[in-house]
Ligand binder design. Structure first.
Ligand code: ARG
Length: 561
C-alpha cells in the first residue's frame, strides 16, 4: 500500500494538485511525531494564511480511519500516524503469499523492450570497461521481465570492419592454429597488437588487411571461415564470464548481420532528400540541431557504425515491434546515439522517441586506469577471479570450518563485482577497489549476503511459524517493515529510471534495518511466544524481500557463511 498516496487523497488544498501533495509528503525528521509529514509552508502564499494556521485547519478536516490513526499539526507541519498493525499485517501477508514474485507486476504485459547490452567486440579483450554494460543490461533485462514486459537481450557484436582483415593478415603471417585455439581472445589480441606494431614499418600490411576485409564482404570462403572461427573463439571465451554473471541473450545479431540491410536505409535517406555530399562522403546535416553531420557512407562507399546502427534499429522495430529499445552504452558514445536517433526522427520514424541511450560512467581499477590500446588491459575475467580468491581468503579466516567454501566464495566474489558496478548511480565514474567491494561491514553485497545467512540461521533454529499475531510493535520492527514494503515501488522506479542501483540500495537499507532489529530485539529469546512467532515471520519476509532484490541483480545468496 502506498501510504503517501492514501494521505494525498485525503488532503485537500485549494490550487494544489494531488501529485504536488504526494511529492511534498515525506518522513518527519523525528519519528515520534508521526510516520509521514506534510510541510504546509509552500501553501502560505496561495492561501494567504500562515503555515501554522493552514496545518491547524487541515488537521480538523481529515478524519481518522483504519489507515490513518492520528493527525496532528505542529509548527506548520501536518503529521500523520499510520495504523501500524494493519500495515504490518498487510505487508507480511503480501510478501509471504507472493514469495518469489513479491515486487513483480504485470504493468508491461504485451510490451516488448529490446535491451542492447554488453555488445562486445570480436577478437578484442573483454575488459573491465565492459563490466557496467553487462551487469546493468543484465539487471534491466531481469527487471523488465519481472514487471511483465517481454525483454529481448541483444548482444550487438562488434564484428565488422577492417580489423578483421588485419587479423587475417596477421594470422596468416605469424599465427598458428593451436596457439589461437588454446589462447582464445588473448591470443587473437596479441596478433592484433603485433599487426599494429609491424604495420608501422610495413604500410603495405594495411593494404593487404583492407583487401582481406573486402574478401570477407564478398563472401570469400577461406576468409569467411577464418572470420567465423575468430568469432566462435571469442564467443566461447566470453561465455565463461556470462555464465559466472548469469547473463543471457536472445540475439547475437551484430554489426555484420546488417551488412546486407544498409542499402534500404541509404535509399530511404536519399528518397527523403536527407543525404548531402560532404568531401566525397554522404552525410546527414545536423547543424540545425547543433550537432556535427552524421556520416552515412564514406567516400569509398563503405558504411559506418551509425549506418549499421540505423539498420539495426529499423530491423528491431520490424521484428520485435518494441515499446522501447535501450542501448546500455558508455557516455562516451552520447553524440553517436543523439545523432542517429535524430536522423531516424528526421526520416519520420515516430518510434525514434522510443530509443533510449542508457549511458553510464567509466570504471577504472584502483591501481590506475586501463586502456585498450596500450598493453595494460585489465581482463574482466581476471578481476572476477581475483575477487573470488580474495573472498575465499576472508571466508577461510572468518569461518575455517564452513562447508562448501569454494561455492560460497564464488557467490561472494562474483556478487562483489556485480554489486560494485551497480551500487552507484550509473552515470558516475567508479574506481573499483577489491577491499571496498569485499568489506563485510560496508554498503556491499557481502554485507547483505551475510545478513541473509544470519536470517537463515535464525529461521533454521526457530522454524517458520505457520501463523502469527501482531504483538505490540517496537520501532525497529516498524522501520524494517516499512523498508521491505517498498520493493514493488523500488523495482518500478528502477525500470523507469533505468537505474538498478535503486534495488542495490534497497537491499543495503533493508539489511541495515534487519541488523538493527536483530541486535536490539530478541528473536529466538523473545519475551513471549506471540512476539517470537511474529519476529520469525518478519525475519522470513525480510529474507524473501532481499532474495528477490538480489535475484534481480543476478547475485546469489549462500545458505551459510
Ligand atoms: N561494440 C561497441 C563498443 O564496444 C558497443 C556497441 C553498442 N551498441 C550499439 N548498438 N551501438 O563500443
Amino acid at each position: 500500500m502506498d501510504y503517501k498516496k492514501y494521505i494525498a487523497e485525503k488532503v485537500n488544498v485549494e490550487g494544489v494538485s494531488k501529485e504536488e501533495l504526494y511529492d511534498l509528503i515525506a518522513l518527519p525528521p523525528n519519528l515520534e511525531m508521526g510516520d509521514y509529514a506534510l510541510p504546509c509552508f509552500k501553501f502560505a502564499k496561495v492561501l494567504r494564511k500562515s503555515p501554522v494556521m493552514i496545518a491547524e485547519s487541515l488537521k480538523d478536516e481529515i478524519p481518522t480511519d483504519d489507515v490513518i490513526s492520528e493527525v496532528s499539526a505542529v509548527n506548520g507541519y501536518l503529521n500523520f500516524k499510520i495504523n501500524k498493525d494493519g500495515f504490518v499485517r498487510a505487508t507480511l501477508e503480501k510478501i509471504l503469499t507472493e514469495k518469489d514474485s513479491f515486487g513483480s507486476s504485470n504493468e508491461g504485459e504485451g510490451k516488448t523492450v529490446c535491451i542492447d547490452y554488453s555488445s562486445i567486440n570480436i577478437a578484442k579483450p573483454f575488459h573491465i570497461g565492459h563490466l557496467s554494460t553487462t551487469v546493468l543490461g543484465g539487471a534491466l533485462y531481469r527487471i523488465y521481465n519481472f514487471l511483465g514486459y517481454k525483454a529481448v537481450g541483444i548482444n550487438h557484436l562488434g564484428d565488422y570492419g577492417t580489423q578483421f582483415g588485419k587479423l587475417i593478415s596477421a594470422y596468416k603471417r605469424w599465427g598458428d592454429k593451436e596457439t589461437i585455439e588454446k589462447g582464445g581472445i588473448r591470443a587473437l589480441n596479441e596478433l592484433y597488437v603485433k599487426f599494429h606494431q609491424e604495420a608501422e614499418e610495413h604500410p603495405e600490411y594495411d593494404d593487404e588487411a583492407r583487401a582481406y576485409f573486402k574478401k570477407i564482404e564478398q563472401g570469400d570462403e577461406e576468409c569467411l571461415a577464418l572470420f567465423h572461427w575468430f568469432k566462435d573463439l571469442t564467443l566461447k571465451d566470453v561465455q565463461k564470464i556470462y555464465d559466472m554473471l548469469d547473463i543471457h541473450f536472445d540475439s547475437y545479431a551484430g554489426e555484420s548481420f546488417y551488412s546486407d540491410k544498409m542499402q534500404p536505409v541509404v535509399d530511404e535517406l536519399r528518397a527523403k532528400n536527407l543525404l548531402v555530399e560532404s568531401r566525397g562522403a554522404q552525410v546527414v546535416d545536423l547543424e540545425e540541431y547543433n550537432m556535427p553531420p552524421c556520416i552515412i557512407l564514406k567516400s569509398d562507399g563503405s558504411s559506418l557504425y551509425a549506418t549499421r546502427d540505423m539498420a539495426a534499429a529499423m530491423y528491431r522495430k520490424d521484428v520485435y515491434d518494441f515499446y522501447k529499445c535501450l542501448y546500455v552504452v558508455a557516455y562516451q558514445q552520447n553524440l553517436h546515439f543523439k545523432q542517429f536517433f535524430k536522423v531516424l526522427d528526421m526520416m519520420g520514424k515516430d518510434w525514434a522517441k522510443d530509443l533510449v541511450h542508457v549511458a553510464y560512467g567509466m570504471v577504472s581499477l584502483e591501481e590506475g586506469t586501463m586502456s585498450t590500446r596500450k598493453g595494460n588491459v585489465v581482463f574482466l575475467e581476471d578481476v572476477i577471479k581475483k575477487c573470488i580468491e580474495k573472498a575465499y581468503k576472508i571466508i577461510d579466516e572468518k569461518n575455517p570450518n564452513l562447508e562448501n567454501k569454494e561455492e560460497v566464495a564464488q557467490k561472494v566474489g562474483v556478487g562483489a563485482v556485480i554489486f560494485g558496478a551497480l551500487y552507484n548511480n550509473k552515470i558516475k565514474d567508479i574506481v573499483f577497489s577489491y577491499d571496498k567491494v569485499l568489506n563485510f561491514d560496508g554498503e556491499t553485497s557481502v554485507y547483505v549476503q551475510y545478513t541473509c545467512a544470519r536470517a537463515k540461521s535464525v529461521l533454521s533454529k526457530g522454524g517458520v511459524p505457520a501463523s502469527y499475531e501482531i504483538p505490540a510493535l517496537c520501532t525497529q520492527e516498524i522501520e524494517l517493515v516499512k523498508a521491505i514494503a517498498t520493493l514493488p515501488e523500488t523495482v518500478q522506479a528502477a525500470a523507469e529510471k533505468y537505474e538498478p542501483s535503486l534495488i542495490a540500495r534497497f537491499a543495503v537499507d533493508v539489511a541495515q534495518k534487519f541488523n538493527k532489529f536483530y541486535f536490539d530485539c530478541k528473536i529466538l529469546a523473545a519475551e513471549d511466544e506471540q512476539t517470537k512467532n511474529f519476529r520469525l515471520a518478519l525475519t522470513n519476509a525480510t529474507l524473501q524481500a532481499l532474495n528477490n532484490a538480489f535475484a534481480l541483480l543476478g547475485i546469489g545468496i549462500p545458505d551459510k557463511m
